[in-house]
Write a protein that binds this ligand. Structure first.
Ligand SMILES: [Mg+2]
Length: 202
């Protein structure tokens, strides 16, 4: 990507973990706990490597109550070590100084993440940029998770903009696939960081 990709945009969307901050949650224990709970609850063996797949299975069972219980367990695990989050400095600089990168000052920033909404907000607070963001889509805001594009399409609906006026940055291939599925231009955050470093050097 180059700076021209940013110029025509009205909404810039970021993933959270690995993109704006690095979360310090114990994902391994969380996944294990949710899997154990699933097996006990439904008397079925089943090991879900992806927590999204486990939640999708619960949705297919129509068990909304269990779904919310899972969300609250995730929130607890994500929040436990939240003060150990590491903000990604170049990205925080970009968020605070987006006009230096040819981004119009009216451009809106949003987050599309697999983490719970409270984790998104607390992480942005800790990084000192919560007031720079206008909208968040977290784990509990959608019923189909990345690489499904539901969250990105919800963000588009919220801002009422064309797909062409949005851009999405994430750290995983799954993020790029979600962007592609939404028809929204998407890049690895490393590409943006390279641009940020170049601008900061000059
Ligand atoms: Mg990520």
């Amino acid at each position: 990507m180059d700076a021209s990709s940013l110029k025509s945009k009205k909404v810039i969307v970021f993933d959270l973990d690995g993109t704006i901050v690095r979360l310090a949650a114990d994902w391994h224990s969380l996944r294990k706990l949710l899997n154990t709970r699933y097996c006990e609850k439904y008397k079925e063996k089943g090991h879900f490597h992806r927590m999204s797949d486990l939640l999708s299975d619960i949705i297919a069972r129509g068990d909304e109550e269990e779904l919310y219980h899972n969300f609250s367990i995730m929130q607890k695990y994500e929040n436990e070590n939240i003060t150990k989050n590491e903000p990604i400095e170049d990205v925080i600089y970009f968020v605070n100084n987006k006009e230096l990168f040819g981004v119009n000052s009216a451009v809106k920033l949003a987050v599309f993440s697999l983490n719970t909404k409270s984790t998104i907000i607390k992480s942005l607070q800790i990084a000192g940029v919560v007031n720079k963001f206008e909208f968040y889509i977290g784990r509990e805001d959608v019923r189909a998770w990345k690489p499904n594009p539901e969250g990105l399409l919800k963000i588009r609906d919220h801002f009422q903009v064309l797909k062409e006026h949005m851009i999405y940055f994430g750290d995983l291939k799954m993020d790029l696939v979600a962007g592609g599925n939404a028809g929204i231009e998407s890049y690895k955050i490393g590409d943006l960081i390279n641009l940020i470093k170049k601008v900061r050097k000059n």
